[in-house]
Design a protein around this ligand. Sequence first.
Ligand SMILES: C[C@H](O)[C@H](O)[C@H]1CNC2=NC(N)=NC(=O)C2=N1
Length: 126
Amino acid sequence: MFLLSQKILKFLVAFGVTLLLFNNIKIVKANAETMLMNQTEINQQIQSLSGWTTDGKKITRTFKFKDFVDAIAFVNKLVEPAEAAGHHPDLSISYNKVTVNLTTHDAGGITQKDFDLAQQITQLAE
Ligand SMILES: C[C@H](O)[C@H](O)[C@H]1CNC2=NC(N)=NC(=O)C2=N1
């Protein structure tokens, strides 16, 4: 009886520690996503994104399509990933061109969320 309860206790402690670790990882990840990035971090990350530029407050890329219909089709493709991320691009459309600006309004600048969405948007335009 004593042995059994020792085993259960050990299991519960291990389970508790595992849960604690998982939650801490989630908190660290959530914080990193909403933390303003400095210019060095921005420059580093933008290198791996083709065609994107930055003014330090937002990241920008203009995508060019055959015509207006294709440009709008691209904009429509952005709805699902933006809603899923709870993060939305600022868009401007000029005939066959769509300019995408990404910034985290809640944080007042660029965060990891912008780079994550930029990567998805870049793939959708291919
Ligand atoms: C409550 C809601 O999730 C927030 O207001 C989100 C919505 N989409 C957003 N999109 C962008 N680009 N920046 C934000 O700060 C932002 N905030």
